[in-house]
Structure formats: C-alpha cells, structure tokens
Design a binder for this molecule. Sequence first.
Ligand SMILES: Nc1ncnc2c1ncn2[C@@H]1O[C@H](COP(=O)(O)OP(=O)(O)OP(=O)(O)O)[C@@H](O)[C@H]1O
Length: 516
Amino acid sequence: MHNLVMVNRFTPGGRCALSQYANTPQDATEAWRPSVLVLDDEWSTLEVIRDSLAKHFAVEVASRADEALRLMEQKPFDVVLTDVRMPDMDGLSVVGQMKARHPGAQYILMTAFSDIEDTIRAIRLGVADYLRKPFTIGEVRHALNRCLEQRRLRRQNGPPRDQGPAASARLTALDPKMRQLCALADTVAPTDVTVLIGGETGTGKSLLARAIHQASPRRERPYVEINCAAIPEALIESELFGHERGSFTGAIARKIGRVEAADGGTLFLDEVGEMSLDMQAKLLRFLQEFTFERVGGAKKQSADVRVIAATNRNLREAVASGVFREDLFYRLHVIELVIPPLRDRPLDQAPLAEAFLRRFAEKYGRADCRFGPQVSRQIAAHHWPGNVRELEHAVERAVILARGSEIARLELEHAGQRAEASRADAAPEAVAAPPAEIGPLLDGRDLGQFIDDCQRQYLAGLLAKHNGRIGLVAKAAGVNPKTLYLKMTRLGLRKEDYRGERASDKSPRGDGPFVA
Ligand SMILES: Nc1ncnc2c1ncn2[C@@H]1O[C@H](COP(=O)(O)OP(=O)(O)OP(=O)(O)O)[C@@H](O)[C@H]1O
C-alpha cells in the first residue's frame, strides 16, 4: 500500500517531520487523516482516486458541482481536487465559489488541457497545484502532501514575505509582446508552477529564468542551473541526481547532484530539448514525484524544487518527430513563455543598446562613450541572429575599441548583416587582400568566405560525427556551446540536419502513466 513517508522535502526553510501526513500502514486507521474532496464527472476517475488514497486520506467524492458545494458546506476539507472541464460545469468557477467561502482549503486542479487562459485564471485564484492528465496515484499523493505542507508552513510562519522586485524589473522590455510576456512571468513567479521558456539563442531565456526565481518566495534558496547540451550523455544522470562512491570508475566519493543542491530553491534545466530519450525518461520520473536515486544508490531521495526549463528548439516539432517525449513536454509546459527574437522587437533594440553602453562604459572607464547617429540605423537594419547576446557583445567590443568618445558604428559578427550594415552606413567594407601563399586556395572567394567555408566544413564533420549533439561538438571544437550556436547560425548549419538516427531511438511513450 502507499506509505507516505516522503514529504519532509516541502520545506524551503528547513526540514521537519511530517508525521501527521506520513501515516504508516499500522496506524493509518487510527490516526488523523487529512480530508480530501474530489470532484470529477467521471466515476471511474473518482473511484480510482478514492480507493487508492483511502488508507491515508479521508476521501469524499462528488460528480457534480452542487454536490461538491453541499459537501463543503457540511464540513471543511483540507484539500479539494477538481477537474477543470466537465460537461455541465467549469471547475475554475467552482473553485472560485468554494474559495470565497472556504479560503483555508487548498485547491488542486486536474486537467487534460493546456489552456493558458485557464492556467492563468487558476494562478490568480490561488490554486495550489495542477495535475496534468494522465497522472499516476503517486503524483496525486505528491500534490496532496505538497499542498498540506505549504498550508502547514503558512500557518506556522504567517503570510509569505514580500516577494521582492517583480521578475520583469530585471529585463529591458518596451516592446508590447515582451511586456505581455513579462506580465505573465510576474504572475507565475510567486507560484511553484513549472515554466518552459522558449526562444532563439541569446533572447534572454536564462536571464528570465533567474528573474523568475528572484521574484519568487524561493529567492533566498539556491538557484541551480544545468545545461543539458553541455554535459556529455554519460555524465548527465550523475550531474543531475548525484552518485554514490564506487558507482562507476572514477566515482571516488559520493557526489550530490544538482537536484539535491537545488533543494528548497529552483532548478533551471537549460537546453532541455537536447536531452537523450533515456535521460528524458529519468527526468520525467523525477518530475512525477520529486523523488530520485543517486547513481549507484538504492535509497530513494527527495527534493523540493521548482523547475524552470528552457530550449531554443521547437519542442512540439521534436515531439512530433519522436526525439522528445510527449509526456515530459506536457509536464514541463504548464506555463510556456516564448521570448520573441530581437529582430521582432524593434522597440527594445535601442534601449537595450543604451543599457549595454552604460554598463560597459562604466566597466571599462569610458564614461564619455556615446553612439553616433549611424548606430541606431545600423541596429534597426540588422537581422540579429544572435539576438540580445549579439547586441551585448557588439556594444562591449565597440566600447573597448572606441578611439574617441563617439562610437560611429558597431562591428557586427554575422556575414548576413555586413551588407545590411554597410547599406545603413553607406560605407561598404573593404576586404583585406589575402596573403600570396593562400591565394590559390581561395579559388575566387574572398578571405572571409574562404574562412567561413573551412569552418563550415569542419563543424559539419563534427556535427555528423556526434549526431548533432551540441555539447559534444562544442567540446570537440574547444568552444562553449553558446559560441558554437552563434557560429552555426552564422554559417547556416542546423543541428537538426544531423540528427537522423536519434528519431529512430526507442519510443517516447515507453513507460507511460496510467490513471484518468
Ligand atoms: N531583456 C533583456 N534585458 C537585459 N539584458 C538582456 C535581456 N535579454 C537578454 N539579455 C542579456 O543577453 C545575454 C544573453 O541572454 P541569455 O543568456 O539569457 O540568453 P539565452 O536565451 O539563455 O541564450 P542561449 O539559448 O544561448 O542559452 C545575457 O547577458 C543577458 O543578460
């Protein structure tokens, strides 16, 4: 049967014994059990939940809203678990009514749909958690225990302290699309909701993830990042979950993984779309109940982490082509924030450039530096394939190299932009004459094209060798993954074109869940 000795992880401020929820099978019938009301229009779901939880929770079920409201009037429940979409009622309206009369109860939604409007409404209503259908009974237990623990902490510590500045305060964002995205980030920051951040490389995904953490009640607890593309496949499990001494050659001591290091805080999974299917299965298992085992260890560990994931890959396409698990995708994307590319945010370009100018002018003792009149035209004309990071680097370079106080133009990295920049400047760049010895190799190309072709050929070979895995290619090429991305974008290389065999890896639905 389900033994709930698992819940002392829900304690951002420290660990505590939760014997009130952690009933052992022996004392379960005599001990106090938290009361749970389950509302769903499907009897089969109600029965499975009731029967599976009965040992440790006092469960009552209702298949209609009026019935649930009547039960709520008769006695208070600790937790209400409700479906969202039911034929004759809207779970969220029911929660609204119940919450108005019984604010002390905790509310969990069960939903098969990923409707962003519903999710935001639910967050605003103060819903404590979500269960995405299909889910396991283990996940239901986990959600119930987490809610009960949050309530216990609130009662013990009083209302949550000020969350600090809003997430959006840390980002330069004037563009209406960005402002909308920031407003959503501010709404979800104080909750524990899992957030999936999308957007091209350099758009600010890592910055946003950290900003959400800093605007959350977990902000004084650890913020731990893991770049799933940068860690070799063989090491990623041990990086995430840690390992026991002697579990593999080289494991000379026990090592705590990033999940454990993030306990009480936020775990940021960067480039989550690059994980192998094997690792995706392990991550999914962790996200279902927030329990894990260290590599080579038998003991179940638990960690209370808020998960934020980011990817510059289109995960829907990755799911469709079989390289990303659908169930993991749905678990990660309770709230999705997609940062638009810089070229689509014209209102952000000049303010960002000015903000970087101020930052680097101060850093390099060049307080006199300012942009000349051509720069804004140049910025507006550029395509920004490397997004905000490219702009940041261009401004930094310009400040370092500025001879006088005026920066006449930015030196932009990408081939595509040279023509645009020179159009904006009306000053085409002269191509340096190649040294005589390599002349014959150029074969009619200018030196820049020749170098690009060499780099393209070299990286294409590495991409083919490593099946498009950025982390491995970056390692082989001796550059960091971000630099590699920028270079690949400039050279027109796409890792997807080298991933042929991964799509035929094992099925993404391998060990699927069961209930509802
Ligand atoms: N809106 C913004 N305001 C201020 N700085 C920003 C903004 N967006 C991005 N930056 C800066 O641009 C740089 C790149 O951002 P970041 O590393 O967060 O991008 P990313 O999307 O995570 O990139 P990658 O996909 O390559 O990991 C960082 O130095 C970040 O601080």
